[in-house]
Design a protein around this ligand. Sequence first.
Ligand SMILES: *Cc1c(COP(=O)(O)O)cnc(C)c1O
Length: 373
Amino acid sequence: MAVPLLDLKAQHGTIRDQVLAAMMPIIDGQTFILGEPVERLEGLVAKLSNTSHAIGCANGTDAILLALRALDVGRNDAVVTTPFTFFATAGAVHNVGARPVFADIDPDTFNISVEAVDEAVRNTPDAKAVIAVDLFGQMAAIDGLRAILPDGMPIIEDAAQSIGASRKVNGKKVMAGEIADIGTFSFFPSKNLGGYGDGGMVVTQSDELDARLRRLRTHGSVKTYFHEEVGYNSRLDTLQAVVLEAKLPHLESWSAARRRNASVYDNAFADLDGVRTPAIDPRNESIYNQYTLRAERRDELQAFLKKRGIGNSIYYPLPLHMQPCFAYLGYEEGDFPESERASKEVVSLPVYPELTDSQRDEVISSVRAFYGR
Ligand SMILES: *Cc1c(COP(=O)(O)O)cnc(C)c1O
């Protein structure tokens, strides 16, 4: 039995009628850019994230770009972030003219280490902001970062993989995006809340940042054809907004189904010496955008799974400080040992909500078979 890493057709099958019914009035009305459906979705995402504002944009990469611009990060500024993330996190820093400065990860959660950020900020006089990434579905220690960062240094939370994730902070549940200065989401189809194409959103508690972000997403203009600053064309399509609005009520149950799958895997792999199941910080509730093992003989395991038709992927095979495009930053192999070790050990398995019991059993028996169990 083949098991894909992700099965978007299976999900679409469960919501097809709702999604098509939402799309038809937009198509018949020929109103495709922003508009009331985007405002409705912004309200729903702000509510989910416990934030005062949400601003739709073209994709999750632009969401980071807009966040950096809204915080006046640009030339001659450095931004401290993790080298173990999807490329867009650091790509956006480069594209606003700033310089990424990397800080290593916590080996348990794969999220940026508070101690490493502390050290990087102390050693980087031009550090202007920090981008923490909520990797694989669990929140980074935004509260821990806030406690060690100099007053006024903003935190951007790249929550592209973690919409609806939460964390206990001083006994109170906070949502992904809630306690950073700006949170960013992606609606890329493979995220937990995926559109039918690209989409993104920015959230914030600040009225000033909200106004600036809205201006930046429409060429720096508030009044049409009059421009306060140079911004971008980065709007959320109306069609994506109605698709996402139709999908959003399912997000919680989909994330719960991912957690159930993860917990079955955790138990099924507990006796395997060759693998380490994902460590979720006890304060966190993960939405498991990925279920990521650390595995002995990872490359052999991956080839074995592939031969048996079990979908899997390596997120991420080359840390960002070792990417050819960032050679100019002057980093070397060995600079971020935890990120480098993770990139050699990780493999992500199918955890999507529509995974059937027999598919899940097939994944389990394949991993166990590889380790001779
Ligand atoms: C997907 C992703 C992005 C980029 O989102 P797009 O919508 O694809 O531009 C940024 N950061 C992380 C961590 C992501 O996983």
